[in-house]
Design a protein around this ligand. Sequence first.
Ligand SMILES: [Fe+2]
Length: 393
Amino acid sequence: MLDGLAARNSTYDVQSPDRISYGFGATSELTAFAADNDLDSALLVSDENIVDVGVTDPVVDALEDADVSVDVFTDVKPEPKLSMVEDAADVLRDGGHDLVVGAGGGSVLDTAKLASVLADYDVPITDTLGMGNAPGAGRPLVLIPTTAGTGSEVTHIGVFSDEEGVKRVVYDEALFADVAVVDPELTRMLPKPVAAATGLDALTHAVESYVSTLRTPYSDILAREAIEMVGSNLRGAVLQGRNNDEARYQMSLAATVAGQAFVNSGLGAVHALTYPLGSEYGVGHGRANAMLLPHVMEYNVPAEPERFADIADRLGADAEGSTLERAYASVDAVLELTEDVGVPTSIGHLGDFDEAELEAFTDIAFEYSEHNIDRNPRDLDRADVLQIYRNAL
Ligand SMILES: [Fe+2]
């Protein structure tokens, strides 16, 4: 049975990378991919820390097994600057690499995506910002997440910041990977706070997708399963990461599936309201989402009680009572999960925010992320956004 919104959105194109290789050891698929496509030289885009601790060694080994030479570009920082993408594109242009491999967290994958396109076109990077403005297809691109959360490996979205620190986003089909390689083995060394924050980003993607005004019957299936997988496995993946292969397997799957859900449905107010926390206070994306998710959910519950009651069930809340009471139990379930994995559930600890600062946050949320506000299941005006920030203090 289609509910109102899913029925309205019941005809759709599925957005996806060409291919997804999934599972322990999937990194070795790179060897066949490089051989089948006669590739000679790769640029591995990554970050220095994970290269240093050996997380990317299986990636390099798989490429070398296909006689592909590997250069490494590690100058990618969180909230990557547009200038970092330009630097990576320059290295690609000068090196003549015929394959771009991004292996890392969301920032690394996003940088690899846009650099793979920019390298072949003589256009300023600022011309590519926004929807559908990439000049054309780029060099062959493989994306390999080393966290379980952002879903960036299966989206055509790149999130960057300009020189003033303002978030800038590129959405274009040219940014889809030729292959997304999702290998849970690569998340074994994830530090706990990173596993927790990125896992909660995946949960936010799944929840926002499940109640988005652009959701479809297809995105619903993915979102529902992802919520359940995060609910059952995030604690194990964070608290027993190195030894709990099952939890990490399920979390990598949840993150990928949640990425496929939201790329086909859009997100919601959490991803809008977190904008100022990143740009003004440098809070990482997943952590910022976790601080606001319960508060946005609480606001949204009355608009979609059946869906939130379902979310509560899938998170194992075991709630009783009316649909609305069971729906509110989803908020408590998220609060509990977030606390159990050691992530704050409010923004108050970031500072003593006065009304003027919360007003400024509201300005930023509307100025840069109105499309996410538009996809929120319950309408929001400035006063509503302001109240959610107050509730989150
Ligand atoms: Fe996100």
